[in-house]
Design a protein around this ligand. Structure first.
Ligand code: MN
Length: 750
């Protein structure tokens, strides 16, 4: 959870450095001890020496010799993911082809093709990841990551280890890089680690990401966890005592301990439930690990379950049985919530030692327990599915990323075909999703379904245990509305594919029509790039959109006649252009007018600090004092978002080239609109009390006030203009002190 400290302070003398490097290498060998076979030692040594030599002139931002990074990655790969010698060697070499003189051929000659393939995968990935690429390239990059995963999961596992080490040592990077890397981590790598069942790593990635995107919140939760630690430990001790007795009396071999929830998950709970730290009741879970032979592990876990529930009353709605039906990433355990001392609900997780290892180390542990495991085949099926989807060249990459991400985060249901074959779908999936899951053609022709023998519409939402029969018609074809109720990436991409085919047919007519007109006006129609420019003029995304718009008469191409033609091209009226700026550069940005704050000042770091124009993002309504960044949108110029805006991670990860660093200038004249939510007892005097504080005491400008009361409780929303976050905090504190007010908080996103 904490950033690992550097091994020592830099710079120091070179002899000392050599010793440190050797010590780290020996630690790697020790970690691999049980897995080293004949000849492995030599291969490892060669990889190590090759990497040392290749990186010998390089240092990390912290001042450390660069080689310590690949060494650390190799150790994570072995110790925390559970991979073996080949992966360790590849981890040692993971940055060589990318950053040094060494070529892929060198690797191939020295180590053979399998190594070269893995290194090639790693090089390609980092190449695209690190670029300030545009959106579609970022999406393409994500697709590549997944494609690699389907080919050889080791590539992605080493990449995750690489990212983990970079996150652990992120402290020495510049702030804007920290933000970009941290956002990318929570956007792509943490979900991937989760999907692969690497729970420990996923948790650490999320915590570290929060630490850099919201340091204030992160440190606050850490502090509160520390402050409450003693009480919590005492409670855990008292709680497990009767369970320990039961388990011992029944001769089970076990390990039991209390485990704090991750900082990120606490933060998420506070945010999603709108509660304070003190109100998060499940700050920890109890884990019971049963040491039992694999043949009887299920029975042992159920036995432990019944003993736990002898000691405490379980909540029957909160039993999660992932032993009979493991999660698709391989996770197996029994989770139950019981009533502990003092009327507190406590979650107890029960699993065997083997299940525990799979839970902590994920994929690699699967390989170890390969024989006859059902979860193994599920994971294989998942990898195969990804391969199929990715290899379909007709799927738009960006859509794919969005659609796929949905699949990464959701919970699952288990449903059945008429023949009794089980299929796993995300919670929220509809009958149509099921049809697409079985076969794209079945989805495209679907007109209805029978769920448990009852006729339902295609938008019917499925539940675990449902048996579904799809009804089709040869006349059916997908339409745009379907996208509103399907849930899975597979169905979405299937529908979009059909729609696109339709569109393509229509566009073909439009293209003919347009080309005839253009030819008459002496425009060079062989220049396909130029069609994009015409599309841009009409504010359309692509030539295909242009042709389609022509065919469906959405645009009027007659206006093109008004423009002069020079050299086979129109002379379009000049538009002021938004300057696209890279993360590192700082330019003055000239923004097309609109209702922008013309008088507000915002400083862009770097040499220039000229006044610029911007808009505050409506999704998060930042005010001075908030941690913010600028995003250059194509249509509306510079937009300022809060770094904890719900859209921030996505923007920073996908559009890094359009992110500019921004900070607030000291400004006392301008006020910013913000929203406050209040909850309290319904009382006649309360509105007057609130308006008194706002208008008389603090002399603030109020835009609107909305109240909603029910059963003696009211919920109010006040929109008010404040100068900065200090003023907002002061206002919130004053309002919270009013008698009858229970809670006052800023509206997170509007
Ligand atoms: Mn690296």
């Amino acid at each position: 959870m904490s950033t690992k400290p550097l091994l020592y302070d830099y710079p120091i003398d070179l002899e000392e450095e050599k010793k440190v490097i050797l010590r780290e290498y020996k630690a790697l060998l020790r970690a691999l001890k049980d897995r080293i076979k004949k000849g492995d030692r030599k291969t490892l040594r060669t990889a190590f020496e090759m990497s040392v030599d290749a990186h010998k002139e390089m240092r990390r931002k912290s001042g450390e010799p660069y080689i310590l990074h690949p060494l650390a990655v190799a150790r994570i790969v072995v110790e925390e993911i559970g991979l073996g010698v080949t992966s360790a060697c590849c981890a040692l070499l993971h940055d060589t082809v990318e950053d040094t003189e060494i070529t892929l051929d060198d690797i191939e000659m020295e180590f053979g093709t399998p190594y070269a393939k893995i290194i090639d995968g790693l090089t390609k990935m980092s190449h695209v990841v690190d670029m300030n690429a545009n959106t579609s390239m970022q999406a393409e990059n994500f697709r590549k990551i997944l494609l690699t995963l389907a080919e050889d999961p080791r590539v992605i596992l080493i990449k995750i280890a690489d990212r983990l080490h970079n996150m652990r040592t992120l402290g020495s990077m510049a702030r804007h890089k920290q933000l970009k890397i941290a956002s990318e981590t929570s956007f792509i790598y943490a979900p991937l680690a989760h999907r692969l069942g690497l729970y420990e790593i996923k948790t650490e990635l999320e915590d570290l990401s929060l630490k850099y995107t919201r340091p204030d919140i992160y440190l606050d939760i850490v502090r509160q966890l520390n402050e409450t630690k003693r009480d919590r430990n005492k409670y855990i001790k008292d709680f497990i005592k009767p369970i320990v007795e039961e388990l011992e009396d029944n001769d089970l071999k076990f390990d039991i301990y209390g485990r704090p929830k991750s900082i990120y998950s606490i933060y998420n709970k506070m945010r999603s439930k709108g509660v304070t730290f003190d109100e998060v009741y499940d700050l920890f879970a109890i884990r019971v690990i049963i040491d039992t032979p694999p043949e009887i592990e299920k029975a042992s876990c159920w036995k432990a379950y019944s003993l736990v529930t002898n000691a405490y009353q379980p909540n029957p709605d909160r039993l999660r049985d992932w032993i009979s039906l493991p999660k698709s990433n391989g996770y197996e355990a029994l989770h139950t919530t019981v009533m502990g001392p003092g009327g507190r609900w406590v979650e107890v997780q029960i699993r065997s030692k083997k299940m525990d290892e799979i839970a902590e180390k994920g994929l690699a542990a699967h390989w170890k327990y390969k024989e006859g495991s059902q979860t193994e085949s599920k994971l294989d099926a998942w990898l195969k599915h990804i391969g199929e989807v990715l290899n379909n060249p007709d799927i738009e990459t960006i859509d794919f990323v969005e659609d796929f991400k949905l699949d990464l985060f959701t919970k699952e249901i288990y449903v059945y075909t008429p023949k009794g074959e089980m299929r796993v779908l995300p919670l929220g999936a509809t009958a149509l999703d099921f049809a697409f899951d079985v076969h794209t053609e079945l989805g495209a022709r679907c007109i209805g379904a029978k769920v448990n023998y009852k006729l339902v519409p295609i938008s019917h939402i499925l539940k675990s245990g449902d048996q579904i029969e799809i009804i089709t018609s040869s006349k059916q074809k997908p339409n745009e509305d379907w996208l509103n109720f399907v849930f899975t990436g597979k169905a979405k991409s299937g529908i979009k594919y059909f729609l696109k085919e339709e569109k393509r047919k229509i566009a073909l007519e439009g293209k003919e029509l347009l080309f005839r007109k253009l030819k008459n006006q002496g425009i060079n129609i062989d220049n396909t790039d130029y069609m994009q420019e015409i599309a841009n003029f009409f504010k359309l995304l692509s030539p295909l959109d242009l042709y389609h718009a022509v065919a469906t008469h959405k645009i009027d191409i007659r206006i093109l006649k008004n423009f002069e033609v020079v050299g086979g091209k129109y002379i379009f009226p000049k538009e002021e252009k938004v300057t696209e700026s890279k993360v590192d550069s700082s330019e003055i940005i000239d923004v097309k007018s609109g209702n922008v704050h013309k008088d507000a000042e915002l400083i862009i770091f770097g040499e220039s600090s000229d006044k610029i124009q911007y808009k505050l993002a409506p999704c998060c309504q930042p005010i001075p004092g908030d941690d913010v960044f600028g995003y250059i949108s194509t249509s509306e110029g510079l937009k300022i978002h809060r770094t904890d805006c719900p859209n921030a991670a996505q923007l920073m990860a996908n559009f890094s080239h359009r992110i500019v660093k921004t900070k607030w200038a000291v400004n006392k004249e301008i006020s910013f609109l913000t929203g406050i939510k209040l909850i309290g007892m319904d009382d006649v005097g309360i509105i007057q009390g609130m308006t008194n504080i706002i208008t008389s005491e603090m002399k603030l400008n109020m835009r609107s006030i909305g109240l909603d009361s029910k059963d003696g409780i009211f919920e109010g929303t006040i929109m008010v203009f404040v100068k900065d976050i200090k003023e907002l905090d002061k206002l919130c504190n004053k309002l919270a002190a009013l008698p009858g007010i229970h809670k006052v908080e800023r509206i997170e996103s509007i």
